[in-house]
Design a protein around this ligand. Sequence first.
Ligand SMILES: O=C(O)CCC(=O)C(=O)O
Ligand SMILES: [Fe+2]
Length: 256
Amino acid sequence: MTSVINYEEICRMSLRFKEVTDSESETKFPRSFDLGRRQTLDLGNGSEIVYIPKFVSSDQAWTWFDLLNQRIPWTRPTIRVFGRSVLQPRDTCYVADPGLTRLTYSGYKPHAYTWDDFPPLKDILDAVHEALPGSSFNSLLLNRYKGGNDYVGWHSDDEKVYALNQEIASVSFGCERDFFLKKKPDKTSQRRNDEEPPAKKSKKSSVANSHSFGLKHGSLLVMKGYTQRDWMHSVPKRLKTEATRINLTFRRIIVD
Ligand SMILES: O=C(O)CCC(=O)C(=O)O
Ligand SMILES: [Fe+2]
C-alpha cells in the first residue's frame, strides 16, 4: 500500500515539473486532447486515433500496475538498431496465444509467454475487448519505463506478422508520459508542398503532421486503420521524470 501512495506522489510531482520543462516539445507536437471521455482524432487517409483517458479507475489501474511491476519477468534485451547492437532502453515482456507465428523486431525474437502465465493480463484483455467491440487481440507487448531515461524511439509497428491496417490498443499505468505521432514523409504531399513558399510549407506541415498525447494512468489509446503504415510514434526521454510507467500494447498476429 505504501508503495502505491509513493508512486502517485512521485507522478504528481513529475507532472508539475513536466509542464515547465516541456514547453518546447509542446509547441512542436501540439496536444491533441485534454481530459474527458472517449475522443477520436481523424489522421486522414484511413488512419484514426481513439483516446479514452479514464478507461479504468485509478484504484484498479494501481492494482494492475503493482501486480505487473512485481510479477512480470521483465527483461532488457539487446536489439539491433541501424546495424549496431544496443540495449533496448526499457524493460519488456511478450505474451501470445499458443501456435502463432513468432514475432521478431529489431533482430530480437522474444519468448512468448501465455495468458495463463499471468491471469491479470486476461482481465485487462477482457476489459479492452469490451471497450472495443469487434476487436480480437491475440498477443501483447509489455513495456516498463523505469524513469524518464527510458524511452521508445520513432517507429511503426508494421512487422510482417501484422495486417497493414492492424488495430493496436495501448493501455498505460503509472507515470504519465508523452506519446508523439508524426506522419511519415509522403511523396505526393511532398510534391505539393514543394510548390509552396518555404515559410508557409514548414508551418503547415508541423500542425497537420504531428500530434501529442499525455498518456494518463488508466488510459486506453487505440491506433486504428493505416496508422502503422502512414505514421510513426514515440515515447521520448523525460529527464526530470523518475517514476515508473507500464504500457501494454495489444495486437493481432495474422496467421500466415
Ligand atoms: O509505451 C507506449 O506508449 C508505446 C509503446 C510502443 O510503441 C510499442 O511497444 O511498440
Ligand atoms: Fe509502437
